[in-house]
Design a protein around this ligand. Sequence first.
Ligand code: GLU
Length: 347
Amino acid sequence: MNQLARRVGVGALVLGLAASILTVPALRAQAPGDLQAAVDAAYAKYKGLQEGKNADYIPALAKVDPNLFGIAVVTADGKVYAAGDVKTEVSIQSISKVFTMAQVIQEQGLESVEKRIGVDATGMRFNSITAVEGVRTVAGAGAPEMNPLVNPGAISATSMVKGATADEVWTKIIGFHNDAAGRSLSVLQDVYKSESDTNQRNQAIGALMLAYGYIKDNWQQAVDLYTRQCSIGVNARDLATMAATLAFAGKNPVTGTQVMDAVKVPGVLAVMATAGLYDDSGKWLYHTGLPAKSGVGGGIIAVSPGKFGIAVISPPLDDAGNSVRAQKAIADISEALGGNPYAAKAR
Ligand code: GLU
């Protein structure tokens, strides 16, 4: 090979390498058009799906339009890719558990939640009293099975948010949700009233948590604030932004606000992966690999760390309590975007 040919060869190699580095996609469907196409395709595919049923144990939830269907994806640059109704609000319900847990972790460290509440799966329903009670000896020894995403752990987490008065605690809880969503959210009063009138089971859980020392005082305040946080109104765009805040190391990519310390986010995601979709958490993780959280209001958020936050709202739920359309739409879109964090590319 003469000098020139060698130079051309090396140059081509360098160019080729540079090109391949530049084209390694952060997302498999990296062009905005592809991303929007994935969102549109899932919307079109599942819009007509008539499976599942609105939750009705909180009477106000039964009245929500079952046809409501909205999808939003938020990427690192704060762009929002949406389809369907991303403006209508539903109550956030259990998805709020993620952000109150995150707030306690932010304020008091990862250990606080691990030690006081625990981070293991319970293998039981989200509002199980057996999970709290079953492992106790007559003398009252033995730790309840719980984590911050089931009601006993979530109500305890709410009780851990520091503040001299209920108002002070609430301002912090709603403030954290606002920062993650990037706008000022408010409580859906009809849902709050409906749940307050019918939440005797959660009151029983709150009282037990006080009896066993997981709530230090005023369990009624903890249950009331928990009920209020579950009644916060959110649309699909809000939820996707909240998911994206967790996807991008605690920084809201739309507003640029650092909502929580980056080092604390993986702990939050781990609990979501363990217990985010009720009794189907393992199945969900098996298929998607995505830390996620659903709520009985019909929302699901899911996080592909470093890639995107996604949320879907559609009220009809399956037997496990997870939105039918939301699970399917998120799984499809994530698949199209290469969102599964366990799926390294073969080299
Ligand atoms: N506020 C609801 C409850 O405590 C939340 C349930 C949920 O979304 O899982 O029953």
